[in-house]
Write a protein that binds this ligand. Structure first.
Ligand SMILES: [Fe+2]
Length: 334
């Protein structure tokens, strides 16, 4: 798989910068005790990135014409990672909070971390690990299935799931897949629009699709039944700067032609996608509006050695989604 290079960027920290950031993060307390304080400290630490790198990450977050996915390599890691949690996290054996510091440092250059009560209990740092009971689901707990190209969407009572959802995801790798089989894919809407059949693109731009709410929501709120959005287009916005929204947990097309167009989209996504095998010390920045992402099947043994990522959901601003906020925490939403 390959795509136009402008939609992917590869950023590497020099060894001395990795080490100095690692030293600064080494004594950091659990960010959960004072999240905004930890965010401020991590921001200060990541502001010491070399200017070109710092600008590349900032540009990734603020500009419409920058890449949709960025691999950041040679990041500091914890001395001891401990076993991969079996239950969806969090882990209990880490020697410190370096991985959380890296996650929050990168997050803070893009926007603000946000939590959703139905996703990982509203936690701000999500552990993405294979869970035995979810191995075949279209959720982040899966391993045995191809997790189809999707955006991370958020159930919302307005009937639009592509509005209050995260602008970005940050994935920080604590442990790679020991078998090397787990691949993360990202397909940028700009590359998709260049490759899609004109007729299919025209259909994908019409409100002919109902997104199913995330599995984490439908299980907790609807006993697993579908909870569909209003009919929406999958691709919207200008030809030059399109936005794309696809639910992982199923998309219901309103007619057969729309369904065929959606199947064509999934096939083309495999052709244009950038592919990354995440390893410890690497993080992936994903623009959740410019593109859709997927993950290959991989072997999970549920023995504490499986692949382990930490993730944040990121908004440029929390203001527009204040109608969803919980009274207990200004970063956590219903
Ligand atoms: Fe996802």
């Amino acid at each position: 798989m390959s795509g136009a290079t402008m939609t992917f960027t590869d950023l590497e920290l020099p060894d001395d910068v990795r080490d100095s950031i690692g030293r600064a993060l080494a004594g950091m307390p659990d960010p959960g005790h004072d999240f905004d304080g930890a965010t401020a400290r991590c921001h200060q630490i990541f502001a010491t990135l070399p200017l070109g790198l710092l600008r590349a990450v900032l540009d990734f977050g603020r500009h419409i014409d920058t890449p949709g996915v960025a691999l950041v390599r040679n990041l500091p890691v914890d001395t001891e990672t401990g076993p991969t949690p079996l239950d969806g996290g969090p882990g209990r054996g880490k020697s410190g909070f370096v991985s959380e510091g890296v996650l929050l440092g990168l997050t803070g250059l893009l926007g603000e971390a946000l939590g959703v009560l139905t996703e990982k209990g509203g936690r701000l740092v999500h552990d993405v690990v294979p869970v035995a009971g979810g191995a075949r689901t279209q959720t982040n707990q899966s391993s045995a299935v191809f997790l189809n190209f999707h955006s991370d969407i958020t159930y919302d009572a307005t009937g639009r799931y592509d509005v209050a959802n995260p602008d970005f995801l940050v994935l920080n790798c604590l442990r790679g897949d020991p078998s090397g089989g787990a691949v993360t894919y990202y397909a940028d809407a700009r590359d998709l629009c260049r490759r899609l059949d004109a007729g299919a693109l025209e259909l994908l731009r019409r409100p002919l699709f109902r997104l199913n709410a995330p599995g984490s929501y439908t299980r907790s709120a609807a006993g697993g039944a579908e909870v569909l959005s209003h009919p929406v287009p999958v691709i919207s916005g200008t030809a030059e700067h399109p936005e794309i929204a696809v639910s992982a947990n199923g998309v219901r097309s309103l007619d057969r032609d729309a369904e065929a167009a959606f199947e064509h989209l999934q096939a083309v996504a495999r052709e244009v996608a950038h592919a990354v095998r995440l390893e410890p010390g690497q993080a992936l920045l994903i623009n959740n509006r410019k593109g859709i992402h997927a993950r290959s099947p991989f072997e999970a043994r549920h023995d504490g050695r499986d692949r382990w990522l930490q993730r944040t959901y990121v908004r440029r601003s929390l203001w527009d989604i204040r109608y969803r906020v919980t009274p207990e925490d200004r970063r956590v939403h219903f």
